[in-house]
Design a protein around this ligand. Structure first.
Ligand code: FSX
Ligand code: SF4
Ligand code: F3S
Length: 366
């Protein structure tokens, strides 16, 4: 795992026996994954050849490790492996072989040797309740703040590390928080989701490691490249929503016909994530395509924000309307309501300047 501090990515790969031809392939794939034009390959090659690699330290707090599980199943294993195995990941509590005092010493050595230049990835929410959680005899928030102090930037992965997630659900017994509640003086990127889409994690890490800049972010510090649209915007069931055709219960005729899941609690209209376009498991499917309403896992407070299987609009069960007329009415009412919510949310995202990211650090929109 450990590399020389000043090696470039290319030098690390050369030492691992990667040929020049394969290096150029890696650079080309990386360019595509980062969403850059093919003409930018030269820029990526230059970065990989000349810039010292950026070490990554990955900390865990209160989580299910689903985020790490997801990224190790990225359908772009080449890039995930490049980041996780070959180049940058110096410390990861789940993946590394060291444990106990040995692991603590390794982390300290990496932080000291790379002060101010490593990327800190945080998975899991941070318990701040007195005596709630300690690792190696130290409080979790102390561990976070120590690692944050020397970080170039912090990437919070998962709903737990971004917005508190399940551990912060009421009554939040550990007084759990996301990273940005506790660290105020570093650029923080929120890669939201429970877990996030693996390719979104990989891409965000690669963006910083390869381009040396932060991706453009929305008002919740999520990379706009993946969180600019709602799940609803690209949903495979969207035609049924627009036509006012809804499943009323799991397994009814509407459900079997693939109708919209809004009345079953789908939060797609107010959830910003790329599930409908990137999908999961090598692009195979995603929750709504598989028959489950979106739970809003990339939004703040997703665990407490409304029942999972209750429609979001009070107008759904309008007394006196027939099922068909009711569905059509709901389609219109829900459309108006969610469109307003989406527009307001989008407006906020577009207007706000993320408070925790210096303007100069944000990549300019091309
Ligand atoms: Fe949280 Fe990550 Fe949900 Fe789990 O560890 S975002 S509980 S999928 O995976 O932090
Ligand atoms: Fe898809 Fe949900 Fe929107 Fe219906 S409400 S179109 S299921 S995202
Ligand atoms: Fe999460 Fe909804 Fe996607 S629950 S995984 S944002 S479809």
């Amino acid at each position: 795992m450990f590399q020389n501090k000043d090696d470039t990515v290319y030098e690390v790969l050369q030492k691992r026996g990667v040929s020049r031809r394969d290096f150029l392939k890696i650079a080309t794939i990386t360019t595509a994954v980062l969403g850059l034009e093919y003409t930018q390959v030269g820029r990526v090659i230059a970065q990989l050849e000349t810039k010292p690699r950026v070490p990554v330290i990955w900390l865990h707090f209160q989580d299910c490790t689903g985020c790490s599980e997801a990224i190790t199943r990225s359908f772009n294993p080449g890039l995930a492996s490049l980041i996780l195995n070959d180049v940058s990941l110096d410390y990861h509590e789940t993946l590394m072989a060291a444990a106990g005092h040995q692991a603590e010493a390794a982390k300290k050595a990496i932080m000291d040797a790379n002060a101010g230049s490593y990327v800190l990835v945080v998975e899991g929410s941070i318990p701040t309740g007195f005596g709630m959680t300690s690792i190696g005899g130290r409080a979790a928030d102390d561990i976070l703040k120590e690692a944050a102090a020397g970080a170039l930037a912090i990437i919070a992965v998962g709903n737990c590390a971004t917005f508190g997630g399940i551990p912060a659900a009421k009554p939040n017994p550990t007084n759990a928080h996301g990273v940005w509640d506790l660290v105020k003086d570093k650029p923080i990127i929120n890669v939201a989701g429970c877990p996030p889409i693996p390719e979104v994690m990989t891409n965000t890490i690669a963006h910083i490691l390869v381009l040396g800049t932060l991706p453009e972010l929305d008002a919740l510090n999520r990379p706009k490249m993946f969180y600019a649209q709602t799940v609803h915007d690209r949903c495979v069931r969207r035609g049924f929503y627009d036509a006012g055709l809804f499943a009323n219960s799991f397994g009814d005729d509407g459900y079997k016909a693939g109708y919209c899941l809004f009345k079953l609690g789908c939060k797609g209209p107010t959830t910003y994530n790329a599930c409908a376009s990137l999908k999961w498991n090598e692009g195979t499917s995603w929750p709504v395509q598989a028959g489950h309403p979106c739970l809003g896992c990339s939004e703040p407070g997703f665990w407490d924000a409304g029942g999972f299987y209750q429609g979001q609009s009070a107008l759904i069960d309008v007394p006196g309307l027939t099922a068909a007329a009711g569905a059509a009415a709901v389609g219109i009412a829900a459309g108006v309501g969610t469109a307003a919510a989406n527009a307001a949310s989008k407006h906020r995202a577009e207007q706000a300047t993320p408070s925790q990211v210096p303007a100069d650090d944000k990549e300019k929109k091309s």
